[in-house]
Design a protein around this ligand. Structure first.
Ligand SMILES: [Zn+2]
Length: 56
């Protein structure tokens, strides 16, 4: 269970505020909005480029 480094609250992963960025997911504490962690998604490609390539 992730523990917030700012307010030391423990939250279920599902309760954290998630922000999706190209190649990375950033999770914030729902209480103080401190960044709890960032998870790289190596399998992802930049979605803007993929969408542009997919449109003829
Ligand atoms: Zn917090």
């Amino acid at each position: 269970m992730p523990t917030c480094p700012h307010c030391a609250a423990e939250h279920n992963a599902a309760d954290l505020v998630r922000h999706e960025r190209p190649g990375v997911t950033i999770v914030h504490c729902p209480d103080c909005e401190c960044v709890v962690g960032a998870y790289r998604r190596h399998g992802d490609r930049p979605k803007v480029d993929r969408l542009r390539d997919a449109s003829p």
